[in-house]
Ligand binder design. Structure first.
Ligand SMILES: Nc1ncnc2c1ncn2[C@@H]1O[C@H](COP(=O)(O)OP(=O)(O)OP(=O)(O)O)[C@@H](O)[C@H]1O
Length: 415
């Protein structure tokens, strides 16, 4: 219940000296981690396999119980709170959406609202609203079963389900790990679009440093035992990696990764002549000639781009129709310049169509704009001060008693 852990937006999370010692393990999976997650920010956890990212994430909604320390959400210590109540106020997204296969999309999304006792009409309305938010047409998708969806669509439904009861906090564990690179890019852009609408506090685990740079307001880089190696903005981590471990993690091409730091919505777009199905082709053609532009963008009634028409194509038609060109290069205004360049290269086009929230047309971006933006971006790295993040000294060596205690079985599921 969102009431129980605070307002639906603007909720901070604080881990205070949090430790997780799994039974039978010599070293703690998470050792004395103190981490501040500012309200409304998107924090990415990255680090090598087994370093404790997932364990840290799952301690926030107590799917894993910490063995020590406190977790404070919106000023309230949730370590002792009823776990089920806590989890209803925290959206949770896992790889491939984690949907229940025998339930329709609508039932999956409506699960938490149902548990919270919402009436049927309100749930149905919310389901449609969320499907719209994740760019799935409710009329087509609400009654489908998960197996009738693509991987990317399942993932979108997973996000919709996590947001259903408007929780203030969203936890995501490798949410885009199971989809192809193009779908992954689109889902990342959508998440950023959704976040600009809903302003949740989001913690997201990834193994992909580029994804962390693209999505994160802040990136926490962990080493084994969830030892925090660096916690800062993507810009500053790229500009000043804390040590060799971080340098290796960033990998080669740190310079090129700077391209990942600028989003399409930060550069000036090229205006375009637009047309609607049903317009007289000759009218559109004269507008194009007046503007000195080579192509017009055809939009549907919700201003979503359908295709581009060249002067030659227009001169051969009477009325503009509503044909869709699936191969038209389209980028979201949340895309990075890196993604935009990729999209143009794949389509062998020197311009791409830019869309914003709910796929509404914004303008065009061209290679020239990107080149100019790159040179302009080589300016000083600044920004807000980084949130607090540290571990409490070295991990204490286990005494014989502790080691014995650690062997005691607990309710924890083995992996
Ligand atoms: N239930 C468990 N019982 C015992 N040890 C566990 C359990 N779950 C995780 N571990 C251990 O704790 C450490 C941290 O695991 P965790 O899953 O948090 O890492 P991770 O950084 O998310 O890794 P990956 O990127 O591979 O998913 C690992 O050494 C793992 O083997």
């Amino acid at each position: 219940m969102s009431e129980s852990i605070g307002a639906n937006t603007g909720t901070s999370i604080l881990l205070e000296e949090v430790t997780k010692q799994y039974p039978g393990q010599v070293k703690p999976a998470v050792g004395g981690l103190t981490l501040e997650i500012p309200a409304g920010s998107l924090v990415m956890f990255v680090g090598p396999s087994g370093c404790g990212k997932t364990t840290t994430l799952k301690m926030i909604n107590r799917l894993i119980e910490p063995t020590g320390g406190k977790i404070v959400i919106n000023g309230q210590d949730v370590t002792k709170m009823d776990g089920d109540t806590l989890r209803r106020g925290i959206g949770y997204v896992i790889q491939a959406g984690g949907l229940f296969p025998h339930m329709t999309v609508a039932t999956n999304i409506g699960l938490v609202p149902k548990m919270l006792g919402w009436d049927k009409a309100k749930i149905a309305e919310r389901v449609d609203e969320l499907l719209e938010l994740v760019s799935l047409d409710p009329a087509i998708y609400r009654d489908r079963y998960p197996k009738e969806l693509s991987g990317g669509q399942q993932q979108r439904v997973g996000v919709a389900r996590a947001l259903a009861a408007d929780p203030p906090v969203l936890l995501m564990d490798e949410p885009f790990g199971a989809v192809d690179p193009i779908t992954r890019q689109r889902l990342q852009d959508e998440l950023l679009n959704i976040q600009s609408e809903v302003q949740k506090t989001i913690v997201c685990v990834t193994h992909d440093f580029d994804e962390a740079v693209k999505l994160g307001d802040w990136i926490a880089i962990f080493d084994e035992g969830a030892q925090l190696v660096q916690y800062d903005s993507p810009e500053r981590i790229l500009a000043n990696p804390a040590n060799e471990f971080v340098e290796n993690f960033i990998g080669s091409g740190a310079g090129l990764k700077q391209l990942t730091l600028t989003r399409v919505n930060e550069v000036e777009l090229v205006e375009a002549v637009t047309a609607l199905p049903g317009d007289l082709a000759s009218d559109v053609l004269s507008k194009l000639q007046g503007a000195g532009a080579p192509t017009a963008v055809v939009l549907d009634s919700r201003r979503r781009p359908l295709r581009r028409l060249t002067r030659r194509q227009l001169s051969r038609m009477q009325l503009v129709d509503d044909t869709v060109d699936a191969s038209m290069p389209v980028v979201s205004d949340q895309s990075t310049l890196n993604d935009a360049l990729d999209t143009m290269l794949v389509a062998s086009a020197d311009t791409a169509v830019v869309t914003g929230r709910r796929e509404v047309f914004q303008g065009l971006i061209n290679v020239q704009t990107i080149m100019e933006a790159i040179s302009a971006a080589n300016s000083a790295v600044g920004g807000d001060e980084a949130p607090v993040g540290l571990n409490s000294g070295a991990i204490p060596a286990l005494s014989v008693e502790n080691a014995m205690a650690a062997q005691t079985p607990s309710a924890e599921e083995p992996r």
